[in-house]
Design a protein around this ligand. Sequence first.
Ligand SMILES: Nc1ncnc2c1ncn2[C@@H]1O[C@H](COP(=O)(O)OP(=O)(O)OP(=O)(O)O)[C@@H](O)[C@H]1O
Length: 469
Amino acid sequence: MTVLLVEDDPSISIVITAALEAEGFAVTRCDSIADRDRLLANQPFEALVTDVMLTDGDGIETIGRVRQLAPDMPVIILSAQNTLDTAVRASDTGAFEYFPKPFDIDELARTVRQAVGSSAARTGPDEEAPVAGLPLVGRSAAMQAVYRMITRVLRNDLTVLVLGESGTGKELVAEAIHQLGHRRAGPFIAVNTAAIPAELIESELFGHEKGAFTGAVARSIGKFEQANGGTLFLDEIGDMPMQAQTRLLRALQSGTIHRVGGREEIKVDARIIAATNRDLEPMIAAGTFREDLFYRLNVVPITLPPLRERADDVPALARHFLQLAMSEGLPRHQLAADAAELLSRQPWRGNVRELRNFIYRLALLAREELIDAESVAPLLAQTARNEGEAIGSGLDGAVTDWLATHRPSAGNVYDAALAAFERPLFLHALRETAGNQLRAAQLLGINRNTLRKRLHELDIDPADLHRLS
Ligand SMILES: Nc1ncnc2c1ncn2[C@@H]1O[C@H](COP(=O)(O)OP(=O)(O)OP(=O)(O)O)[C@@H](O)[C@H]1O
């Protein structure tokens, strides 16, 4: 079993050779594209393992010559340029596998063995060229895993579920899958389930016929039909009401929809990408999210890590947003190393979105072209103060206002305030669970009997759904 290894870093080359030889391969090494092509022209190899940036060229750009010389030989690409761009370029060459550096040497050896053993080794590049202008920034190990998952879903229509806290880039990932994937010529239709009133969701998604309900003065085409031939992005899927979930499940199972108030069965061909920042599993346990729908959507999960778990990405993201701000007309700035370091230590609870907004503010306010830690610190402090006030003005303010207007009698302040707090909380839980007390108690994380007792004391009737809505 023969492998050609093209790698110009001698220490990496030695380590890989040792690992492959231990797997029983005979390894021929070289360190340039010219030598690679010469060796391939003279002798057959069962696999090629190649670095990307070589002294005399780019291992991916020149892959066409490899294909001419050895059309069926599996190619494994190693790269220190760990961007989504490289991952996608590698996948576009029809590479058997792509390994961002640093990688697990045993995994590489296993993969070479699989590649050689696989009769399914891909035979040529995909006909379409990759698209330029890739949107995702960040080379942390966590983002590498995301890029690899993205490249795996570009040439198929598997349903993708993007998970992650708010502001981690879920919508951007959905857009990237569409823009880079084989449906890129079709439409990308995004629906934010949380932003649409519950009673309008079904009509928004599936459309309606004229007269289907009061106000339906004309036929309307829903997002599913609009996404035909392209991608439908269902954002905040965890906020979808039960009835719409049932209808969505039916559409996914059958590949057809009915408009609201319509009988006609309409075939739809849309790739589905869903996203949520909520933890769906407790919602399934509480009965507020359909388990069968979860399994339908969760075919390929892609989890975006919070920014605080990939602080390495903060400097590159910050510089990227400074560039964007400049392209939108804000003053030009550079980020000094100490400023980048200070930014990397922040918690960024609002993730990339919060960092982006912060950098735009910084671009607007910073006086010097070179932004150093000293000019970042006061703005960070100001932002932290604003956040504190915002939290305070929420519940604190509401409680203070309530006490001022209701003036509960002395000795009863605690019980009266607690009741005032519990009422909207319980109503919310009952609404979420369609009045089911057991599930409402699970959602709240309290004992069912405690909930029942308190509902009785507060004179809330869970069966009275009319009042709850
Ligand atoms: N890796 C990234 N590189 C560049 N920009 C990013 C990245 N991740 C997120 N962003 C930017 O951060 C902002 C928030 O991203 P996005 O809207 O995709 O987050 P989200 O997870 O969908 O948020 P939500 O759950 O609140 O809808 C956008 O302006 C997006 O362009």
